[in-house]
Ligand binder design. Structure first.
Ligand SMILES: NC(=O)c1ccc[n+]([C@@H]2O[C@H](COP(=O)([O-])OP(=O)(O)OC[C@H]3O[C@@H](n4cnc5c(N)ncnc54)[C@H](OP(=O)(O)O)[C@@H]3O)[C@@H](O)[C@H]2O)c1
Length: 321
């Protein structure tokens, strides 16, 4: 794994979020190498929508490598409401981060896209070559176009300046330190919060939508290990999908059942079909990843759900909700 003697200072933007905290844990648990210095920052260190604050952060830290996670992030219902804000904030953050990295001579930047930015009308499975092949789903077009522009910028920085700026494309991420807000967060942490509330009040669980849409979920700690591999070993500018296999896709109903089982909830369950389902599926291919890492072992979904539910229950007071 890389050259252990090489000195690297790795700046992680979005270091206080779901994925950032997972990378921090994996590094602290032994994945960090001698000669590596990891610097995790949040919006308290710099508002990355602000060019001057972003430049000052990069001047201060002088990173050799960057993992760029910071973004305005949210689930389906927040995206539907705030497409303009998702577009503007993320475009500003990404342009400020990539250009500040270029200005201080960063060797490599790994940014984060998402499988929800792929074309809505597409063939399956989706792969890395298809990002720009058609409009994204209407529910999150602001977020999607802003994220797609990272790929455009990466290719342009390479073409004009030879920079190794690349991106990963995770599927739905979940784990400790997620945003468990029911209105604004993603489906799985929202379900965990709802099941917790239904269990403690003895009421029924209402799942939003039909329960039929299908998703590939990746545990944040697995994603963190893959991010570190990309940072050290992956040299392409073209992005790479980081996902469990197509056969591991689950329906929202199955995800809800895994949460109920993990939390020991045996009450009534209803599906509120007046709520939007979002995109029916976005099945992604992990063939490229498997070509590089045929033996990588993902944490089984039910185990990862169990660990996340336990973290939420144990940290209920402090959890983002
Ligand atoms: N969660 C998913 O399912 C998923 C799936 C695919 C891709 N992704 C991508 O993965 C990356 C990380 O997502 P996440 O789920 O970890 O998000 P998250 O938990 O919501 O964390 C977002 C992070 O971005 C920081 N941030 C937001 N606005 C900022 C600003 N203006 N200036 C500086 N920092 C700012 C936040 O800092 P504060 O804590 O200070 O607010 C926080 O550290 C994002 O790029 C996201 O698009 C996520």
């Amino acid at each position: 794994m890389g050259d252990p003697q090489r000195s690297m200072r790795i700046l992680v933007t979005g270091g206080s979020g779901l994925v950032g905290r997972a990378i921090q844990k994996v590094v602290e648990d032994g994945a960090g190498l001698p000669g590596e210095e990891w610097v995790f920052v949040s919006s308290k260190d710099a508002d990355l929508t602000d060019t001057a604050q972003t430049q000052a952060l990069f001047q201060r830290v002088q990173p050799t490598h960057v993992i760029h996670l910071a973004a305005m992030v949210g689930g389906l219902f927040r995206n539907i409401k705030y497409n303009l804000d998702f577009w503007r904030r993320n475009v500003h953050i990404n342009d400020n981060v990539l250009h500040s990295a270029f200005e201080v001579g960063v060797c490599k930047v790994v940014s984060c896209l998402s499988t929800c930015i792929f074309p809505d009308k597409t063939t399956y499975p989706i792969d890395e070559t298809m990002i720009h092949n058609g409009p994204p789903h209407n529910s999150n077009f602001g977020y999607s176009y802003a994220k797609r522009m990272i790929d455009v910028q990466n290719r342009a920085y390479f073409q004009q300046h030879g920079c190794t700026f690349t991106a990963v494309i995770p599927t739905n991420v979940f784990g400790p330190h997620d945003n468990f807000n029911i209105e604004d967060g993603h489906v799985l942490p929202g379900l965990i919060h709802k099941v917790h509330l239904a269990k403690s009040s003895g009421s029924a669980l209402t799942v939003w939508g039909t329960g039929k849409p299908r998703r590939q979920f990746i545990y944040s700690l697995d994603l963190a290990r893959l991010f570190i591999w990309v940072l050290r070993e992956y040299s392409e500018v073209e992005p790479i999908i980081l996902s469990v296999g197509e056969e591991d896709e689950v329906s929202i109903k199955e995800a809800a059942e895994a949460v109920m089982e993990a939390m020991g909830f045996h009450g009534e369950v209803t599906y509120d079909t007046t709520k939007s389902d979002g995109q029916f599926k976005k099945t992604a291919s992990n063939t490229k990843l498997r070509g590089y890492l045929p033996d990588f072992r993902f944490t089984p979904f039910k185990q990862a759900v169990k660990e996340t539910c336990a973290w939420f229950t144990d940290n209920y007071e402090q959890a983002r909700k």
